[in-house]
Design a protein around this ligand. Structure first.
Ligand SMILES: CC(=O)N[C@H]1[C@@H](OP(=O)(O)OP(=O)(O)OC[C@H]2O[C@@H](n3ccc(=O)[nH]c3=O)[C@H](O)[C@@H]2O)O[C@H](CO)[C@@H](O)[C@@H]1O
Length: 368
């Protein structure tokens, strides 16, 4: 048994913040089934679709959208933020939390403020360089900062003293044996076992540039025997795909069982969200990264270390065209030796134990 009785986990907005929270919750439940786990989110984020089905108690508090650069002077912290902090504090008191663990997203700030007021131990987990606005604010109140990747403390002054623990990944992904699940996964999607598969997913909300480019390359990919499994993004307008293709092209709005997509694939085409990078590296799936071009090059920084290690390719969003894809994907996906080498390089960079490493870090913080 660990030192915790009740813990509040804060994080929300996009899948990139919710999935590490869920993976951490699962790890805690596995190691210490007696701990009360309460998740904190806002009424509209993806946490509402993702957390309750996993059997965790989700409480929502009023959303307060942070400006991109927040004034770090607390005296000037807007009143609405304190209202949200009071709501977070009520939850913390009600469940008698003895620690708060935050994963970023604007729901975390009220949780950090409330924990600070109560002098509760708090731990921040950050996966991006530069750290998100919410976590930067939280870092004023605690030194217990953990990061997902070894490049983060080197590249960001504010993360210099952070502990590298890796990224908590869902067990279904961290424990994935791609080769063992491959044929079953392909059968689930109606994909053929004998032809290569390109798996396309532009992060938790999909990516329009990628969707358009792959749709434009569909005919040529199919003519060359490349099957496509394409997750368009649930909140994205679907892009029409030619119908009379000679090999399967499967589209989905969203894929909850992401491990099946990873297992079916020989090559992935993705954005550079930190969770995606952590997942494909952990399972050794060769990936073409097309980082989201805004937000301070955040996604390029996420993907670059895997690419430099030899585990993937990087292409600018502005170059993501059907002809680039045809020229790049067709020869690569038919070259098993190159794919194998890329996969091995990716998995040497990735790690599968981020959930346990973060849990140990939280136990240490609570014991201090
Ligand atoms: C545009 C933007 O600001 N994106 C940020 C956002 O990305 P975003 O929310 O897209 O997150 P990531 O790419 O990091 O993670 C996506 C997560 O959703 C899962 N998934 C995705 C599609 C699907 O159909 N099914 C599914 O389960 C993936 O397996 C992964 O776990 O949060 C990341 C983590 O803070 C940041 O690094 C990104 O820069």
């Amino acid at each position: 048994m660990g030192p915790l009785r009740s813990v509040v986990l804060a994080g929300g907005g996009t899948g990139g913040h919710v999935y590490p929270l869920l993976a951490f919750a699962d790890c805690l439940r596995r190691h210490d089934p007696g701990v009360r786990i309460t998740c904190l989110g806002t009424p509209r984020g993806m946490e509402n679709e993702l957390i309750p089905p996993q059997g965790y108690d989700l409480r929502t508090i009023p959303a307060y959208q942070l400006p991109r650069s927040i004034n770090m002077n607390l005296v000037r912290t807007p009143g609405r933020m304190w209202t949200a902090a009071r709501a977070a504090g009520k939850v913390i008191d009600e469940v008698r939390a003895d620690a708060v663990v935050g994963f970023g997203g604007y729901v975390s700030v009220p949780a950090y403020l409330a924990a600070w007021r109560r002098e509760l131990p708090m731990v921040i987990h950050e996966v991006n360089v530069p750290p998100g606005v919410a976590n930067r604010l939280g870092m004023k109140f605690t030194k217990n900062v953990a990061v997902g990747f070894p490049h983060q403390p080197v590249q960001a002054e504010s993360l210099r003293d952070a502990r590298v623990v890796g990224v908590p990944l869902r067990r279904s992904i961290a424990g994935l044996d791609r080769a063992a699940l491959r044929n079953a996964a392909r059968a689930r999607f109606g994909l053929r076992p004998d032809l290569p598969v390109l798996f396309v997913a532009g992060g938790s909300s999909g990516a329009r540039t990628i969707n358009l480019a792959v749709a434009g390359a569909a005919k040529e990919l199919a003519r060359n025997g490349v099957q496509v499994l394409h997750v368009m993004g649930a909140r994205n307008e679907p892009v029409p795909i030619p119908t009379d293709l000679p090999v399967p092209y499967v589209t989905l709005p969203y894929l909850s069982e992401m491990e099946l997509g990873y297992a079916a694939a020989d090559l992935m085409l993705a954005r550079g969200g930190a969770m995606t990078v952590a997942e494909v590296a952990a399972i050794g799936l060769p990936t073409i990264f097309v980082p989201y071009p805004h937000s301070n090059q955040e996604q390029k920084r996420n993907a670059l270390p895997v690419v430099e290690a030899g585990g993937g390719l990087l292409v600018d969003d502005s170059e993501m065209t059907p002809s680039w894809l045809e020229r790049t994907v067709i020869p690569l996906i038919r070259d098993p030796h190159r794919l194998h080498a890329m996969g091995a390089a990716a998995s040497a960079y990735g790690r599968r134990d981020g959930d346990v490493a973060l849990l140990n870090f939280v136990y240490e913080a609570v014991a201090r």
